[in-house]
Design a protein around this ligand. Structure first.
Ligand SMILES: [Zn+2]
Length: 402
């Protein structure tokens, strides 16, 4: 069996490697497409493959609510159900749940009302693990507590609870893994009884069928916000756990991110991959993330901005809805090989946005996703050939020129 993560080259804290998953390899550093509800908004999975995406990340919270984890399992798991057929991640849902109004948190887990129909739900570390196994992504995130403010005490409380929940996530992950391993996992229809809440969050025991023959991997999530001492404490705690990799979570900005990542990635073991959660709307985040030791990234920003007409160029983002593009019969970016830039002009894109055509969102999303995916691919390439520093400097000075 291949190791889960292999490193080809190091430069300071930065690494070039490969994450080996049951659904294929991810060459890192890599940008992972945000497929929140098992789809990347406005893009088909074949468009995602064509633009060069290597992996997608779906959201456990959204998939529990709709269509439910049982249905995804029945469809063969996330990769098969969505026809992505490549490497997949799920985040634990914590980030979305803690953003909901009227969330009740206690030591056991989180109670909340569905944003769709107001139904009552409870998610615990155990049920989050069960849901992620049922969804069947290759890489799972531990269920973490996101602080409700940037206040130090709130952040510390959330971090300590995240650590307590991590112990339970690890125990539940290994319990499920052992059941499957002891069943030989050779029979796709083999079923096991999971104790406690099921992914559909009923309280009774429930029979589970695992459609996957191969192992799934668990990442611990490092919290601690913008406080370096908390980040260090959280990284140490996570580093000691029997997990396969690490997510670095919480809200932060490019300001101070290098110091925070130096602290965290200086502590985390070198031989396991690290995913920077929710970062990548701003290209600078990706350069800093990779330089300071992160291997994968995900963010809804690039496609969300695309749907609003805010498009990346090497000279910074432009708003294609602006009147000045009405008569510009040239590609959005001359040196971009995406489907949008190869075939269409800014004037045409401007027209599609002004008339609110669906194609506007499709073409814009193709370009923005391509731009970010290929920027990270180029980071990988330049780390390999030793020109990363020059690439970073020339890219950032041009992009943030204004
Ligand atoms: Zn393009």
């Amino acid at each position: 069996m291949k190791p889960f993560f292999t490193i080809e080259k190091r430069e300071g804290l930065a690494r070039v490697g490969v994450v080996h998953t049951p659904h294929g390899d991810i060459k890192t550093p890599a940008f992972v497409g945000a497929a929140t509800r098992a789809t990347v908004k406005a893009l088909t999975m074949s468009e995602m493959r064509d633009l060069g995406s290597q992996a997608i990340l779906a959201n456990t919270y959204h998939l529990i609510l709709r269509p439910g984890t049982d249905l995804i399992k029945e469809g063969g798991g996330l990769a098969e159900f969505s026809s992505w057929h490549g490497p997949t991640f799920t985040d634990s849902g914590g980030f979305q749940i803690f953003s909901l109004p009227n969330v009740k948190i206690n030591e056991n887990g989180v109670k909340f009302k569905s944003h769709i129909d107001g139904a009552n739900f409870e998610i615990t570390p155990e049920s989050s693990m069960q849901a992620q196994w049922a969804i069947g992504a290759d890489i799972h995130m531990a269920f973490d507590h996101l602080a409700k403010s940037e206040d130090y005490d709130d952040m510390k409380t959330a971090m300590l609870r995240t650590h307590a929940w991590l112990d339970r996530c690890v125990a539940e992950h290994h319990r499920i893994k052992n059941i499957i391993t002891s069943n030989g996992n050779s029979n796709p229809s083999s079923s096991v009884a999971l104790r406690g809440a099921s992914p559909s969050l009923a309280t009774s025991e429930k029979e589970f069928e695992f459609p996957h023959k191969e192992m799934q991997y668990l990442y611990a999530v490092v919290q601690g916000g913008t406080f370096n001492d908390l980040r260090a404490e959280s990284a140490k705690y996570c580093a000691d756990q029997p997990v396969d990799g690490f997510g670095i979570g919480g809200v932060f900005t490019a300001d101070g991110m290098d110091e925070m990542l130096k602290t965290v990635n200086g502590i985390l073991p070198e031989d396991k991959p690290r995913h920077l959660l929710g970062m990548g709307q701003e290209p600078i985040d990706l350069f800093i993330g990779a330089e300071f030791g992160c291997d994968t990234f995900d963010c809804v920003g690039p496609t969300r901005m695309a749907r609003n007409g805010s498009l990346y160029t090497l000279d910074g983002r432009i708003n294609i809805k602006n009147a000045k593009y009405t008569h510009e019969f040239s590609p959005l970016m001359e040196d971009c090989d995406c489907e949008c830039c190869k075939n269409y002009t800014k004037a045409y894109l401007h027209h599609l946005f002004k008339t609110d055509e669906i194609t506007a969102k499709v073409l814009a999303s193709i370009h923005n996703e391509y731009f970010i995916v290929h920027t990270v691919d180029k980071i990988r390439e330049t780390l390999l050939d030793g020109t990363f520093k020059e690439y970073k400097e020339s890219f950032l000075s041009r992009y943030y020129h204004n």
